[in-house]
Design a protein around this ligand. Structure first.
Ligand SMILES: [Zn+2]
Length: 256
């Protein structure tokens, strides 16, 4: 009976010895702090918003995205465990946590984590001042509410003036892909895209129409396979000039 107490004291001491070096490391550097917490702290310090459809690339240091992917994988494993899926014996799901983490971070929500596409703007040397329409551009996104796919099309109308910057047609698709590659709300997505194009090109007028299927309404909820949501943003001369607005809408196939 007496012999038990010293043994347990020795064991305790050994534990303390083993723990103290790593405990000191943790306080000295931030080793052991999840990378998502580090990124969040930087965002909070800069008072920057980090909603689902915000880009946070400025707050991610080189190499951290890979570490973030590992963190998301670990958390996804927890979700699968809570769904009572035997990932150890089910060969279909044993790597699902990794696949889903990759899909979110590197693919479908990439527009949150990487810098925007580099777009070269040119002065409007030809003094183009005619309505220009780009589209349909295929849109792939996901809703912020359910993380279900949102798939559709957008059309962009630009009314340039002599000071408007000209960007290549394919660049509109690149900008759209970056904005839509985040969990989105359709109404906010078109506004974000309009702000971005406005900033890059400074046109007299800008119009965007988006038409998309929301799979949260097809796969779950009301299970309506055919419903589509259509919305638009009109800026500048498109707001003031109803003829121009009508011309733009009549030139969109199937939207006359
Ligand atoms: Zn939804």
């Amino acid at each position: 009976m007496n012999g038990k107490t010293p043994q347990s004291v020795r064991w305790y001491d050994a534990q303390m010895l083993m723990q103290s070096p790593s405990a000191m490391n943790t306080s000295d550097s931030d080793e052991g702090t999840p990378v998502s917490v580090k990124i969040r702290q930087r965002l909070l310090a800069a008072r920057r918003r980090f909603h689902a459809n915000d880009n946070i690339a400025d707050f991610i240091e080189p190499g951290e995205l890979e570490v973030l992917l590992d963190e998301v994988e670990t958390k996804m494993k927890g979700v699968l465990a809570s769904l009572v899926i035997d990932t150890e014996n089910d060969h279909n799901t044993d790597d699902t946590a990794r696949r889903v983490a990759k899909m979110y971070v590197n693919e479908v929500f990439r527009g949150r984590y990487v810098q925007g596409p580099t777009i070269t703007e040119f002065p409007n040397a030809e003094h183009l001042n005619e309505l220009m329409i780009v589209g349909p551009i295929t849109v792939r996104s996901a809703c912020s509410h359910h993380f279900c796919p949102v798939i559709g099309k957008i059309w962009i109308g630009v009314m340039p003036n002599e000071h408007t910057n000209v960007i290549g047609l394919s660049k509109y698709a690149r900008l759209a892909e970056w904005v839509m590659g985040r969990p989105q709300i359709q109404e906010e997505a078109v506004v974000q895209l309009a702000d971005l194009i406005q900033l890059k090109t400074q046109p007299d007028g800008l119009a965007i129409v988006m038409e998309a299927s929301h799979y949260c309404m097809a796969w779950r909820g009301v299970k309506d396979m055919d419903s589509k949501m259509i919305n638009s943003v009109m800026r500048g001369v498109f707001l003031k000039d109803s003829n121009l607005r009508r011309e733009f809408l009549s030139l969109i196939p199937g939207k006359g």
